[in-house]
Design a protein around this ligand. Structure first.
Ligand code: ADP
Ligand code: ADP
Length: 247
């Protein structure tokens, strides 16, 4: 499961119209790139899909269900950002375990006596269950970071940090993976390696992925389908092969 449709999406911020009329149809398992220059509306489109922004008009469907009124934490979208947004005081394992532990906590599996506020304010993560530990280690092995589980995230390279961010998203088994410029903080060599890594993992897991980038070559080399955005609209939507033969 993991199809995404965006239907007549409009987003206005006061007098700025960020999205004029965006329509997207993403099939289950597809790697879909949103390509365009800075300010064209890529991030706004993603944020509307993830539920961090309310559309001014239009509908978002995930798995053929309208999700407009469903809050972000219930939409089952995994996010990876340009700046990774890792928790600096947690090690690699804790960063990846966080989402599962909090979910467990919120559903009352443990820690009932501690208020969730106290829990969130405390510096360390609650001890994860054996089940969570197993799952986190599996995902860490998968992104080839098992040996660095105990390492502080600030001691990692950019590519390693990005793999932690990817693991943190994947461990929750989202139906859609949203990546916003995930490679633009990496140097060129690492960027190329990470293209391959991300694409391999995406295909193996089979997860529907929306990948935001301003880099045409990156979009063309990675995606099944590329939507080109300009000034709040999609002006082209085709496979890389079609775009190469009809630019
Ligand atoms: P991109 O991701 O393609 O760089 P964005 O979606 O971030 O583009 O921005 C699209 C347009 O919407 C830009 O003109 C930007 O300044 C504007 N915008 C984005 N977020 C906000 C906001 N929270 N408030 C006001 N304007 C915004
Ligand atoms: P990107 O180009 O990757 O979208 P930005 O630096 O443009 O990154 O935006 C970062 C954040 O700031 C986003 O959450 C976006 O919604 C918000 N933002 C962008 N433009 C504006 C703006 N003009 N006013 C307020 N918030 C904005």
């Amino acid at each position: 499961m993991g199809s995404v449709q965006v239907d007549g999406l409009i987003k206005k911020y006061n007098d700025v119209t960020a999205l004029k009329n965006v329509n997207i149809d993403i099939k289950e398992g597809e790697f879909f790139a949103l390509l365009g220059p800075s300010g064209c509306g890529k991030t706004t489109t993603m944020r509307c899909i993830a539920g961090f922004e309310n559309p001014t008009a239009g509908n978002i469907y995930i798995n053929n269900k309208v999700v407009n009124k469903i809050p972000a934490n219930k939409r089952n979208c995994g996010m990876v950002f340009q700046s990774y947004a890792l928790f600096p005081h947690y090690n690699v394992f804790e960063n990846v375990a966080y989402g599962l532990t909090v979910r467990d906590f919120n559903t009352g599996s443990f820690g009932k006596k501690v208020s969730s506020f106290a829990r969130l304010m405390s510096k360390r993560l609650a001890k994860p269950t054996k089940e969570i530990e197993k799952k986190v280690m599996e995902v860490l092995e998968y992104v080839e970071l098992g040996h660095l589980a105990e390492r502080g995230v600030n001691e990692l390279s950019g590519g390693q940090q990005q793999r932690v961010a990817l693991a943190r998203a994947l461990v929750l088994e989202p139906s859609v993976l949203l990546m916003d410029e995930p490679l633009s903080n990496l140097d060129k060599k690492l960027r190329n390696t990470m293209r391959t890594t991300i694409r391999r993992i995406q295909q193996e897991v089979g997860i529907t992925t929306i990948f935001v980038t301003h880099d045409q070559e990156e979009a063309m080399s990675m995606a099944d389908r590329v939507a080109v955005m300009k000034e709040g609209e999609i002006i082209q939507n085709a496979t890389p092969t079609e775009l190469y033969s009809n630019p």
